[in-house]
Each structure stands twice: as structure tokens, then as C-alpha cells.
Design a protein around this ligand. Structure first.
Ligand code: OGA
Ligand code: MN
Length: 208
């Protein structure tokens, strides 16, 4: 991956994400992208949903729809890594700068990424799980960027992170919030939302 230039402000944000991960197993950034970019991504997602371009996500390698919906109920659409959509490019470019920063400061050796849009219809969830597959250890870090404008506590849909010390950390999926945690170590669960769908971009920083 090419070397990227990281600005001072961005460096502070990346440091905070990494420090969070090191000190308490997860990092959060509340303003990962500017509102116009978030709105662009949100519109892309709704566009895909309306066109019927989003499909039930799989679990592991085999896909069994019945079994699957007992575990997770989101619809997803993968983002092409060479997308020409300007909002997706701005998102992926920032993620690439984060990867470079991680590799330079933490020797993480990351060399790939994959991201998808996700929409959980009201009432759907993703049960407690780890993101790294047993058969494929490529996923090292998980990132989720939320796209829900004006999310309220009573809308539900929080993410629970199950930490090593037995604590459960609940994260509300406000627009612009990014969560960062280890794919092989941090079990987590998406709770059902109420009366509205819960939308995000979720993905992984990988070593392949
Ligand atoms: C996932 C996931 C968390 C979230 O897609 O694997 O756990 O908060 N997402 O949407
Ligand atoms: Mn997950």
C-alpha cells in the first residue's frame, strides 16, 4: 500500500483510536467524517436499499438463509476498493491513511481492507460473535462507522462490546461515530433497533 500523508489533526484522532484500543480494548471517534460526506454515504446506502441491491449477509463460509437469520439480520452491500463514488473514495482514503499510520507506529503489517454498507431493519440484530473467521485469520481490526442521523436512546440498536474484564460497553450508533476493536479478541453484539432501521458501514483491516 502506498505511503500516505497524515495531517496533524488526523494524527491526534488516530492516536486516540489506538490509545483506546490499547488501554480499554476499543477506540471511538465521534466525528470521523464531515457531515456532507456522511450524508453522501447515507444516501448511497438508501439508494442501494431502494434498488434492492442489498442482500442478507452470510455467516462464515456457507450460506444457509434460515440458520443465518437466527444469528444476524442485516442486509449488506460490499464497497469496491477501487470505487469511483466520491464519498466512498473519501472514506476509503481516510481508512488507508489510518492503515499507514497503524503500520508505521504499531508495526501491524496491514495490507488489505474490506468494507460493506449494512442496514438492520427495525427488530433485526446480530448475536454475540467475533469477526475473525476460524478458517481465515486475515481480519485483524474491525471498524464500524454509523450513519444514523438524530439517533435517540429509545431507538435502541446499540452495540455491546464484551470486554476481557467482564465489563460490557454499550455504544450508541450516532451518525459520524466510528468504533475500532480487535477482530480476533473482542466479542460483540448488535441489539435490535425500534421503529427505524439502523445503518452503518462495517469493515476490516486485514493481513492477507
Ligand atoms: C459486524 C458487526 C457492529 C455494528 O458487522 O460484524 O458486528 O455495530 N457490526 O454494526
Ligand atoms: Mn461483528
Amino acid at each position: 500500500m502506498s505511503r500516505e500523508v497524515v495531517s496533524g489533526l488526523e494524527q491526534v484522532e488516530f492516536e486516540a483510536l489506538i490509545e483506546g484500543l490499547l488501554n480499554r480494548q476499543y477506540g471511538v471517534s465521534d466525528h470521523f467524517l464531515q457531515p456532507p460526506i456522511l450524508r453522501g454515504l447515507q444516501q448511497n446506502l438508501f439508494h442501494h436499499l431502494n434498488l434492492g441491491n442489498m442482500n442478507p449477509a452470510g455467516i462464515g463460509r456457507k450460506f444457509d438463509h434460515k440458520k443465518n437469520t437466527l444469528v444476524r439480520g442485516d442486509l449488506i452491500k460490499w464497497i469496491e476498493n477501487d470505487s469511483i463514488d466520491s464519498f466512498e473514495r473519501l472514506f476509503l482514503e481516510k481508512i488507508s491513511r489510518f492503515i499507514s499510520y497503524l503500520n508505521e507506529t504499531c508495526y501491524t503489517g496491514l495490507n488489505d481492507l474490506e468494507f460493506h454498507y449494512a442496514s438492520y431493519a427495525s427488530g433485526s440484530f446480530y448475536k454475540r460473535h467475533l469477526d475473525q473467521f476460524q478458517s481465515d485469520k486475515g481480519r485483524k481490526f474491525s471498524l464500524v462507522l454509523y450513519l444514523n442521523a438524530d439517533w435517540k436512546i429509545e431507538d435502541g440498536g446499540h452495540l455491546t462490546l464484551y470486554l476481557d474484564n467482564g465489563e460490557e460497553q454499550n455504544i450508541f450508533p450516532n451518525s459520524g461515530r466510528l468504533v475500532f476493536f480487535r477482530s480476533d479478541a473482542t466479542e460483540h453484539e448488535v441489539h435490535a433497533s425500534f421503529n427505524r432501521s439502523r445503518i452503518s458501514i462495517a469493515g476490516w483491516l486485514k493481513c492477507v
